[in-house]
Ligand binder design. Structure first.
Ligand code: ATP
Ligand code: MG
Length: 418
């Protein structure tokens, strides 16, 4: 093969695309019930935006961004995530958004990270994400996480678990960092190069290291909750309280940090055991400093992103994708010139009446037509041969029930099953 898709990307073929769209529509319905509205931002932005928002010492910025210089010598990046773009758009269109105290937005589309491709990890992948901007209330954290859980429950994922934690704020983060550093000091010689370089620059990120060997040394890490300041601790207890009230199952994971630096206070991840190593299908949290960081007034916010590629894998693993298949109702097989003409007129009328129909373009083989009907998984194959032309009728084969019958008018054909 001369051309193949770039490493780490894939073609999403029709069967998956169909399930994908239905799934996304269901998710969007839920988001809209929670009062989120869609925003569409460019696929590329100034590289600087992500450097600033995501953080200079994160894997995303250090190693994974697709950066290019455009013809005007500007450094651009394919977006590696959605939050920075949404916040940029929020600030740029501030007159549009400012009247409301809280703005709830969602986005849906591809993201790009130069990662090592493996199952569930691609260089172009898709996210649906939400950003609720303007409130620091723990109700917002809780309700947004409940929404995430509801999405997976309604899609049929029974066993997702939600891990939550607080990564503190400007006041207590330095204390948390010191606590991690003093523990990590003793195990540092055993850790990977990345961890060693993070030790000074961004010790919290050590916990997010994906290297299994490093992970084994983190088990004894001290609980960081005790290092939270009063405000963060109260906030975290509030969030937990509201989660309890909403009766969703969660567990506190004191090692949870996220791959992006903008998080403050609550962080969370929703995982599925069906995914193996890349088990996170949704991640997010609160980011109370980001909007000021990007030039706005200090504005608290909370968001998350769902990985649609991994979500599809879970749905598939659970056998739930089989239930969602596109079905065309009729394949019309016309023999000879006259039969083809009637077939052509018939499909046009059926489609105008909002009935899905396809024409078989070969005019000399009922057998080939029936084979095609099976491949297309249509409900009915309709044959227009010489006898049918003479009698102005249609022979209809119900392919599932393997039954054949005759209808004597187009109206009768249209009304089958209606
Ligand atoms: P991971 O820990 O698996 O690398 P992450 O913390 O980098 O995930 P986020 O940036 O929070 O992930 O993105 C949210 C979701 O997007 C993840 O939970 C995952 O489902 C999905 N995702 C992230 N990176 C990829 C990727 N390279 N390929 C496929 N899906 C991805
Ligand atoms: Mg990652």
């Amino acid at each position: 093969m001369k051309y193949t898709s770039p490493r780490g990307t894939r073609d999403i073929l029709p069967e998956e695309s169909f399930v994908w769209r239905q799934t996304v529509n269901k998710i969007i319905n839920i988001l809209e019930n929670y009062n989120f509205s869609e925003i569409q931002t460019p696929i590329f932005e100034s590289a600087d935006l992500f450097q600033r928002a995501v953080g200079d010492t994160t894997d995303i910025v250090e190693k994974e961004m697709y950066i290019f210089k455009d013809k005007g010598e500007r450094m651009m990046a394919l977006r590696p995530e959605g939050t920075a773009s949404v916040v940029r758009a929020y600030l740029q269109n501030y007159t549009h958004f400012q009247k409301k105290k809280v703005t709830k937005l969602f986005y849906n589309g591809p993201m790009f990270r130069y990662e090592r491709p493996q199952t569930g990890r691609y260089r172009q992948f898709h996210q649906i994400g939400v950003e609720a901007i303007g409130s620091s209330s723990p109700f917002l954290d809780a309700e947004t996480m409940v929404m995430g859980t509801q999405i997976f429950q309604e899609l049929g994922l029974k066993d997702v678990n939600i891990a939550i934690h607080s990564v503190g704020c400007d006041v207590c983060r330095p204390v948390i960092k010191e606590k991690i550093k003093s523990y990590v000091e003793s195990i540092l010689p055993n850790l990977c190069e990345d961890c060693v370089s993070r030790y000074e620059r961004n010790p919290l990120r050590i916990l997010d290291c994906k290297n299994p060997n490093c992970q084994t040394f983190f088990a004894g890490m001290p609980d960081m909750n005790s290092a939270l300041c009063k405000e963060c601790n109260d906030h975290f207890l509030g969030v937990i309280n509201h989660l309890e009230e909403s009766e969703i199952k969660y567990n506190v994971d004191s090692h949870l940090v996220r791959g992006l630096d903008y998080y403050t206070k609550t962080v969370f991840e929703i995982r599925s055991d069906l995914l193996g190593a890349q088990n996170a299908i949704c991640g997010g949290g609160r980011y109370d400093n980001l909007i000021a960081e990007l030039g706005g007034r200090k504005t608290p916010a909370f968001g998350f992103a769902i990985g649609i590629d991994r979500l599809y894998m879970v749905l598939n693993e659970l056998g739930l994708t089989k239930e969602i298949q596109k079905q065309t109702k009729f394949l019309i097989i016309g023999l000879g010139v006259k039969g083809q003409e009637i077939a052509f007129k018939t499909v046009l009328i059926l489609r105008k009446r909002s009935i899905s129909a396809e024409m078989f373009y070969k005019d000399n083989s009922i057998n080939d037509g029936l084979k095609e009907a099976l491949l297309l998984k249509v409900q009915y194959a309709v044959i227009i041969g010489e006898d049918e032309i003479d009698a102005q009728s249609y022979t209809v084969k119900n392919l599932k029930e393997k039954k054949q019958f005759t209808v004597n008018s187009l109206e009768e054909l249209i009304s089958i099953d209606n």
